[in-house]
Structure formats: structure tokens, C-alpha cells
Design a protein. Structure first.
Lengths: 632, 384
């Protein structure tokens, strides 16, 4: 056995070498383990956490927008979406085929769904259709057994309950554009909407709220295993407007498709009770996304439905400006209430002839009569005596020619021209003729419907400097300074009374231009002033052959019809301005609207809906106080 | 005296044989397998189903089989080594012809009740066959190059078949275990160097003609896993993350995030070590490694203490095979070598591997029981 022991020795030597080799290899394993689990461990721990933790953003519900009584005008609606989860759908195309019998799907949808199904993981739901109707939802639910993997998913989307009726004040939300992306991660959420116009835009930050987040554990496929932590976001704050929804809707219906605007304010607080610009648009369309045709229709509509004419429309005030002219002259003392001026139908300045709207003239009229009958010749003279600077200063004191800081985007300033202004802007000296034209509210003078309403309110409330207010703060005590400490505009009450008498006569007097539009309900009577604004130049030839009637003119050349008014005559509460673009005459087109609106406003005030607790206190406080102040 | 002993041993009763089994080794086996059960329980998210329970049954059956192999007369094994080898080789050829494709590779053959992977069995069969061959060769014969041609063929034929399946991991194991036996049998070292040199020179040929696309991809991925983080490189990266994030003490049993969230591929089979190291950290990994080292140590010592060359070679072959399982698997999940699909012995879920390993250990126990039996070089057991 010598040979075997030799073989054994060789084997043992070789075995020792093998063992050594193995030991060496095993020690590399130990070294590697040490390297991965000790040296590099922290790096891999980070990677492991990234692997499994996924941060998801939770969109906060957008704050509601409510009217002065807390009635929702914009809220969030459940948005029902049909989604399909491919891994549960079995044969996706068969399921879609069945589904398409319930909700019609175009080739485009079909292709998109199949494309998404290919790209996304099988458990990720794919949206088939958004904004399902109740009927669709019900039909899908009923057919659930035949539609494997098809689910109804509920999201939130902005809902403008009254659509067109409050569109301009409210504005709208729409998808975030790339330029608008800021630090707020919410903006990057798919489907997130931000305010793009109106209150939605101005109060976007308050309404938006702050996003929450949810940390979820996911597996390697991205499937959510469980939620690790959840941080609730802050829902957006509610914004309460001064709008009275009932009145707003009433006005909106009243205007219909007319190119017009109406502002109703509380004469004491300046609260904007209704602000309507027509024609309007449906803000819900912007939320859902407009197609090119819808957008073109809005943009190319000559009645500019997207513009809020109540604040962005600048109009010559026409005869509604005559109160300012009268007050300026009275204050200067260049005329007294009793001063009579003779109207023969026209007056001359040098070679230029200035016509009254009434060809035969009004004869001799004093101030109250001149306002009642809107005599132009009287106001040519009155303006000449007062001078343009005083007229414009009075206009500004009444709230015209300057921004009233309502707080909506697009508010225009209007214009109260002065000699200095003309020199500065046009580098030309002021002409006397221009003063006379300004005396009947034409020429350079420009105002917005909001300014006209405020002017009327300041006259009606006895000369207090109210400012328009659109938003009530959440705590209800926004009580802007103008309510607690209303400043006077510094016009003597007796002068105001003269003007108010004239305005009363416009509606209720025997020769009043708006006599047909008077309110017969006792205690609800209105006072006001008509205005008819020429938008074209009347040639001498036309004047000789007979001025064309509005009916005979193309729409764009017809006169603007204006009316400002307040009611009730005794202890006024509401002021209104009505501008009907190319409506014809103030008395014919605007005054009847104003009548309906003021009557409705007063009726609503009698039967006020149960107000939301917060604002009732605030409002009633204001009313009481102002009611007291009004007795001047 | 030696003959006397061998006489006594060959006459051992069944009870004596059982008594002579290496019981400490078997206890180590059971502990290691229990670690496996625990990890499979964890891999299933804290459930005996579907893996741990079945693995327990298999282990129990495997232990029984191991005992049967152990108490069988070693000369019977010597006598039938070629027989076993050729049966397995036949199965391997059968797979080539009739086997079905499982897990993307043609490896399995149905034996009616259960499916087996002949390539796994070949790991042990080739050890038996080589041990028998070298048992019969004198030192002088081993020096002759022509003497080495039959054993080379014994390795090359199954290796080629397995590579064709394709199963790179098993091929590597069969080849390297065989090299170990050649080495232990006393083949001159310069011959290994020569063959190694030729092998390296022919590597480009293998790369282009023998390896499949996915095998090439795996090797490329191994070289640079980051280039394809969601494709082939994904497994390695995720495995390293799991290991590394386990740290020294691990995330705690059943608390591994990588494994439970399915970031780990094949967590119950090839990547189970990663799971263990994630949940029990460096300490756990080294603990399991220590168990393996003890098993290897006893494997070596059993092999060395055998008085028959056949016993020594079988013991060495089994130990080397066991070592290769361990090394390739752990090195693979730690990103040291390409992912080749070798399970972690006794721990990974899988029936055939368990069968192979316990069959191998049965032979090892058989060697141990018959450690004092000498068998003549020309004695192939025909005349016992």
C-alpha cells in the first residue's frame, strides 16, 4: 500500500491547496459584505428609501365663492370619470367595445386609451371619459358585471352654479399655463386649475388653499402598498361677495343678449349688489377647456362677451353727467337754482351752433326743469359759466374719472378732462366749445357704469363718499373705513337737494324724460336721469334733412342708452346705472330696465332670505348707522 | 490490521452505520435549512405558504434520501458510479430532445410525478464518475496525458449539453467541480495552466458561438450594471441596495423593504441571501457564512480521513460542489460575478437543488461511515 499512501499524501497536499483557495475566495465574500453593509451602507439606505417611498400631492378643495347671504355661487362638484384598469379588464379591447355602447367613444379616444395602456403599468387607471352625466354613471354602474376593470372615479372640479349670470364678477379657473408655474407644487398637479379672471383671479391665493401630501410605500412596480404618512392640506378659504344673488340673476335675465351693463350699489355702504355685463359667457367652459371654435366665437363676437363692461367699458356719460355740471355751477355761484335760461333749440358760440336734443327748444327753464327735461342748451350755458376745471373736479368728487379700486382686474379710470390735462396730453389749449360739449356729458368726458352708479349713490346718500365694495371679509368686520367714517364729498345739502328734485322729476314729473318708466308702488318710487349718447357725428346736411332715427341706423351707429337712478326717492337705499350699447334712447331702452331693477331690489330687501349669521350682523349694523346718517 | 478493520466495517449492521453517521454535520445541516425556512417564511410576507412549508417537506424527504445513500455500501456506489453517470447523461440528452422549457430555459424533464433538472443531478453524477475513474488510476497513469482523455470527455459532454440548455451557472459548477477533482487527484499543475491558457485563447470563440444573447447580456450587465438600471442591471443594483441598506444589524426579521416590496427579483430562490442580509445585516450574513464554513470544514476533514481514494475523491468533489454553490451564489448577489442562476444551498427554494445537495451529502456521510475501509485500486467493488 505504499503507492496508495503516496497517492494519499499527494491528495492531502492538493486538498490543502484547494482549502486555501476556498478560504481566499470566501474571504473576498466577507470583504465584499463588509464593503456593502458597512462602508457603503448609508448610501444604499438612502437608495432603499427612495425605492419605496413616494410622495404624492393632495390637491386641496378650492374655496367656495358665496353671495352676501352665504349662498354658493361657485363650488366644487364631484366630477365623475370613467376609468379602466387594464390588468382587471381582461381583454381590454372587448371591455372598451362594451363600454363604448354606453358612452360613445371616438377613434381618437380609443387610440389614446390603448396607447396609455401600453405605456403605463397595468394597474394604473386610465381615464376613459371625464365629466360623466348621472345617466352615464348609472348605466355604467348597472353594467359593472359585464365591464371588468371599469370603475367610476370621483374627482373635484369647479362648478359655477349660475354659469353666465355671475360670470364677469366671478371670473373663472382654467388649466395652469407654463408661464404661471411657480414655487407652489400644486400648480404642477395634472388637472389643477387656477383663477384666470375676476374674483377667481384676484383671490386665487385665498381660494386655492395649500396642498397636502401623502407618503406612500410603493413596490418595485409602483403599486401602492400602504400610506405611511399623510399631511392634510389647508382647504381654500371661502370668499363672500357683496352680490345679492337673487338681484344679480334678475338683472342678468333682464338684460338677456343685449350688449349692456348694469351696476347696482347700496348707496350707504357701496356694496355692489349686482354687477352684470351682457352678453355673458359660461365660465364652466373655461374650466373644462374651450375648443378653438368656442374660443373664436367668444373673441369675434362684436358684443364682447368676455369684457366686463361695467368696469372696463368707458362711455361718454351723456345727460347723466348733467348733475355734476349743475352742482359745479351751483357751488361756484355762477348760477342759482332759480336762474332761468332760455332754450330755443340751439345756441351759438362764434360760428359754431350747439343743438338741443329737442328741435323746438324748451323755452325758459330753471335748473330742476332743465334736469327734468334734460335741456341741452341750459347745460351748455351752465357748463360755460362753471368752467371745465370745476366740472371735472365735481365729477371726480362724485367718483368719476379715477379708479374706484373695486379690486377686479380691468377696471378703467374714465376721464374728467381739464385744461391742464389737454395741454399735457394733446398740447393744445382748451376750447370753450369743448366745455359746452362736456356740459352734456360728451366730448372728452368718459365714465364707466360703475362710476355712474357710485356718482348716483353719492348724490342719493346726501353727499357721502362711498366706494364700491365687492368682497366681504371672512370675519365679517371688513367694515371698510368708508362705512364707519364716511367722508363727505363737501357739497352743500341744499344743492344736492335741487339736483335730487330734478332727478325725481325726470321720472315722476309731468315733463320728465323717463316718465313712462316711473314706479307706481308707493314708497318705492325711483329718481334718475336718462342719457342718450351719440356715437357718430351728425352732419349739417343730415340735420337739415332730418336726423335719422336709431331704427334706421346700423346697430353699431345707434346711440348708447343710459340711465342712472336711485330708489326709493325718500331715504334712498339703492343706486343703479344702466348702459345699453347702441340701445337707442336712455328713456326708451335704459330707463325701463332701471325701473325693473330698482323695484326688484326694493322688493328683495323686504323679503331678504335668511342671511348667513356672520354677514347679517355686519350688514344690519351698517344699515342702521347709514339710515341715521341719511337724515340730512 | 487494516484489512481487519475493513472487514469489520463491511460487516457493520444498519444500526452501527447510523451510529457512525457524522451527527454534528447533520445538525449543522438542519440549522442551515432552518435558516432557509425562516427566510422563505419572510419572503412570502410572513407566511408558510407557498414556499416554506413545501421546502420543509422536501428537506425531510431529502434527509431520508440522504440517510439511504449514506447507509448504502460504498463499494456499491463505486460499482454503480458509471451507471449513475450514464443514466443522468441519458436524462440530459432526453431533456435536449423532449424536455420542456421552464423559466425560459430548457432544463426540466418530467418523470411522471415530479419534474427534475438532470443538469442538477449531473453535478453529483460527474463527481461519482470522476472519483471512480481516478480511483482506478495509479500515480504513473495520471502522469500520462492519454489517461486524462476519458475523464475530460466525461466532463465535456455533459458540460456542453448543459450549456446548450442554456444553463451557464450549472455548466460552470460542473466544470469547476471537475477541475477540483482533477486537481485533487494529482494532475500536474502545469497541465491546468496549459488548458487554462488554451481556454482563455478560445474565449472569444465561446463568446460568439456558445453563449446565448441573454448570457452575453448578463456578463455585459455585470461589467456595467448602471447602464441598464431597469433592464438586466436592475437585479444587481436592487440586490446591492438591499444588502447595503441592511447595514450591520439589518432591518429586522420580516422588516426588509426591498424584498417585501418586490424590488428584489427571485427573492425566494437565487436572491434569498440578499433578503437575509437585508433583514439580519452583516451579522446575519456572516452567521450563515460561518455555518457554511463549518460544513465545508467537516466535508474536508471527512474527505481527508477516508482510507479509500474513491472516498477521498467523492468527499472532495461533494465539498467542492457545495463550496461552488455558496461562493457563486453569494458573489453573484453581491455583484462580484455575473448573475448566472445558482441557488444558495439548503436555503434557496427549489426541490432539485435540495435533492442534489442532500444526495451529495449522503455520499459524504457514506464516505464517513466507511472511512476506515480500504478499497484496492483495481477493486471496483465487483468482488465484495
Amino acid at each position: 500500500m505504499h503507492r496508495d499512501s503516496e497517492r494519499h499524501k499527494l491528495f492531502s497536499r492538493r486538498a490543502a491547496m484547494l482549502a486555501g483557495g476556498k478560504a481566499l475566495l470566501l474571504s473576498t465574500l466577507v470583504g465584499r459584505m463588509y464593503y456593502l453593509q458597512v462602508v457603503e451602507s448609508s448610501r444604499y439606505k438612502t437608495l432603499a428609501d427612495e425605492n419605496r417611498i413616494n410622495l404624492r400631492l393632495l390637491a386641496p378643495p378650492r374655496g367656495r365663492i358665496v353671495d352676501r347671504f352665504g349662498r354658493a355661487m361657485a363650488d366644487n362638484q364631484q366630477n365623475y370619470r370613467a376609468v379602466v384598469i387594464p390588468e382587471q379588464a381582461g381583454d381590454l379591447s372587448i371591455t372598451l367595445d362594451l363600454l363604448s355602447k354606453i358612452i360613445p367613444m371616438g377613434d381618437k379616444d380609443w387610440r389614446r386609451i390603448l396607447r396609455e395602456a401600453k405605456r403605463k403599468r397595468a394597474f394604473v387607471p386610465i381615464t376613459v371619459r371625464e365629466n360623466l352625466s348621472w345617466g352615464d354613471v348609472a348605466r355604467i354602474e348597472v353594467n359593472t358585471p359585464d365591464l371588468p376593470g371599469v370603475l367610476i372615479d370621483v374627482g373635484q372640479s369647479r362648478n359655477y352654479i349660475y354659469g353666465e349670470e355671475v360670470a364677469h364678477v366671478m371670473g373663472y379657473v382654467a388649466a395652469v399655463s407654463e408661464k404661471e408655474i411657480s414655487d407652489d407644487p400644486l400648480l404642477e398637479l395634472p388637472g389643477f386649475r387656477i383663477g384666470k379672471a375676476g374674483i377667481e383671479k384676484v383671490y386665487d391665493m385665498q381660494l386655492r388653499g395649500t396642498g397636502g401630501s401623502s407618503q406612500v410605500e410603493v413596490n418595485a412596480l409602483g403599486r401602492v402598498i400602504r400610506e405611511l404618512a399623510r399631511q392634510e392640506g389647508q382647504p381654500g378659504n371661502e370668499v363672500r361677495l357683496t352680490i345679492n344673488l337673487d338681484l344679480q340673476r334678475f338683472v342678468s335675465k333682464l338684460l338677456g343678449k343685449e350688449s349692456a351693463s348694469v351696476v347696482v350699489v347700496d348707496v350707504h355702504s357701496g356694496d355692489v349688489l349686482a354687477m352684470v355685463s351682457s352678453p355673458s359667457f359660461d365660465p364652466n367652459m373655461f374650466n373644462k377647456g374651450l375648443d378653438q371654435a368656442q374660443w373664436d366665437a367668444l373673441i369675434h363676437n362684436k358684443k364682447s362677451p368676455l369684457t366686463n363692461k361695467a368696469i372696463s367699458g368707458q362711455y361718454s356719460p351723456g345727460s347723466t353727467f348733467k348733475m355734476a355740471v349743475a352742482l359745479a355751477a351751483l357751488e361756484k355761484g355762477s348760477i342759482t337754482p332759480e336762474t332761468k335760461i332760455h332754450c330755443s333749440g340751439s345756441t351759438k358760440l362764434g360760428n359754431a351752433e350747439f343743438h338741443c336734443w329737442k328741435r323746438g327748444g324748451h323755452g325758459s327753464v330753471n335748473m330742476e326743469e332743465a334736469i327734468e327735461q334734460s335741456c341741452d342748451v341750459y347745460f351748455y350755458e351752465t357748463a360755460r359759466r362753471a368752467g371745465i376745471d370745476r366740472i371735472s373736479a365735481m365729477g371726480e368728487r362724485l367718483g368719476m374719472g379715477k379708479s374706484l379700486d373695486l379690486g377686479l382686474p380691468g377696471e378703467k379710470h374714465g376721464l374728467m378732462p381739464t385744461r391742464k390735462w389737454k395741454m399735457g396730453e394733446l398740447n393744445e389749449p382748451w376750447q370753450m366749445g369743448e366745455t359746452m360739449i362736456a356740459g352734456i356729458g360728451q366730448g372728452y368726458v368718459l365714465t364707466t357704469p360703475l362710476q355712474l352708479a357710485i356718482m348716483t349713490a353719492r348724490i342719493a346718500n346726501g353727499g357721502f363718499q362711498v366706494f364700491p365694495r365687492l368682497v366681504v371679509n371672512e370675519d365679517g368686520e371688513d367694515a371698510s373705513d368708508n362705512e364707519t367714517e364716511l367722508k363727505s364729498i363737501g357739497v352743500a345739502p341744499e344743492y344736492l337737494q335741487i339736483v335730487k328734485n330734478g332727478m325725481n322729476n325726470v321720472v315722476n314729473g309731468k315733463k320728465g324724460t323717463a316718465r313712462k318708466a316711473r314706479i307706481s308702488e308707493v314708497g318705492m318710487e325711483m329718481a334718475g336721469k336718462t342719457g342718450t349718447v351719440q356715437v357718430r357725428r351728425i352732419s349739417k346736411l343730415e340735420r337739415e334733412t332730418g336726423v335719422l332715427k336709431n331704427d334706421e341706423l346700423p346697430w353699431k351707429e345707434r346711440d348708447h342708452a343710459l340711465f342712472v337712478g336711485y330708489g326709493p326717492v325718500e331715504n334712498p337705499r339703492f343706486a343703479v346705472s344702466v348702459v345699453v350699447e347702441h340701445g337707442g334712447s336712455g328713456s326708451g331702452a335704459a330707463a325701463p330696465l332701471a325701473r325693473d331693477i330698482l323695484l326688484e331690489a326694493q322688493k328683495l330687501a323686504l323679503s331678504t332670505p335668511a342671511p348667513a349669521p356672520v354677514s347679517r350682523e355686519a350688514n344690519s349694523k351698517v344699515m342702521d348707522k347709514d339710515g341715521g346718517e341719511d337724515v340730512t | 490490521m487494516l484489512h481487519n478493520n475493513s472487514f469489520v466495517q463491511s460487516q457493520m449492521s444498519l444500526g452501527q452505520k447510523l451510529l457512525h453517521m457524522h451527527w454534528f454535520f447533520i445538525i449543522l445541516l438542519c440549522i442551515t435549512a432552518t435558516v432557509g425556512f425562516a427566510m422563505l417564511y419572510s419572503a412570502a410576507g410572513g407566511d408558510l405558504d407557498p414556499w416554506a412549508s413545501r421546502q420543509m417537506v422536501r428537506f425531510a424527504l431529502g434527509l431520508l434520501g440522504m440517510t439511504v445513500v449514506a447507509v448504502t455500501d460504498i463499494r456499491l456506489w463505486l460499482r454503480f458510479s458509471y451507471g449513475v453517470y450514464f443514466v443522468v447523461l441519458a436524462l440530459l440528452i432526453a431533456v435536449e430532445i423532449a424536455g420542456f422549457v421552464g423559466m425560459g430555459a430548457q432544463r426540466w424533464i418530467s418523470l411522471g410525478i415530479f419534474n427534475v433538472q438532470p443538469s442538477e443531478l449531473m453535478k453529483v453524477a460527474v463527481v461519482l464518475a470522476l472519483a471512480r475513474y481516478f480511483h482506478g488510476g495509479s500515480i504513473e497513469e495520471i502522469e500520462r496525458p492519454t489517461f486524462l482523455i476519458p475523464p475530460l470527455l466525461m466532463v465535456a459532454v455533459p458540460a456542453f449539453l448543459i450549456l446548450r440548455q442554456p444553463d451557464l451557472g450549472t455548466t460552470i459548477m460542473v466544470v469547476f467541480a471537475s477541475i477540483g477533482i482533477f486537481f485533487a487527484a494529482g494532475v500536474r499543475i502545469w497541465k491546468f495552466v496549459l488548458v487554462g491558457g488554451v481556454g482563455l485563447a478560445s474565449a472569444p470563440v465561446a463568446w460568439f458561438y456558445l453563449l446565448r444573447d441573454y448570457q452575453r447580456a448578463r456578463i455585459m450587465t455585470f461589467i456595467n450594471p448602471e447602464q441598464d438600471t431597469l433592464g438586466s442591471g436592475y437585479h444587481i443594483i436592487q440586490s446591492k441596495i438591499a444588502l447595503g441598506s441592511g447595514g450591520v444589524f439589518g432591518k429586522g426579521y420580516l422588516m426588509g423593504t426591498q424584498g417585501h416590496l418586490n424590488f428584489l427579483p427571485e427573492k425566494q430562490t437565487d436572491f434569498i441571501f440578499t433578503m437575509l442580509a437585508e433583514e439580519f445585516g452583516l451579522v446575519g450574513g456572516l452567521g450563515l457564512l460561518a455555518l457554511y464554513i463549518l460544513l465545508l470544514f467537516y466535508g474536508f476533514s471527512i474527505s481527508l480521513s477516508s482510507r479509500s481514494h474513491f472516498g477521498r475523491l467523492v468527499g472532495m468533489g461533494v465539498t467542492i460542489t457545495f463550496f461552488l454553490y455558496i461562493f457563486i451564489n453569494i458573489a453573484m448577489v453581491m455583484g462580484l460575478i455575473p448573475v448566472v442562476g445558482v441557488p444558495l444551498p439548503l436555503v434557496s427554494y427549489g426541490g432539485t437543488a435540495m435533492l442534489t445537495i442532500l444526495f451529495g451529502f449522503g455520499l459524504l456521510m457514506c464516505v464517513h461511515i466507511n472511512r476506515d475501509l480500504t478499497i484496492g485500486r483495481r477493486d471496483s467493488g465487483d468482488d465484495f
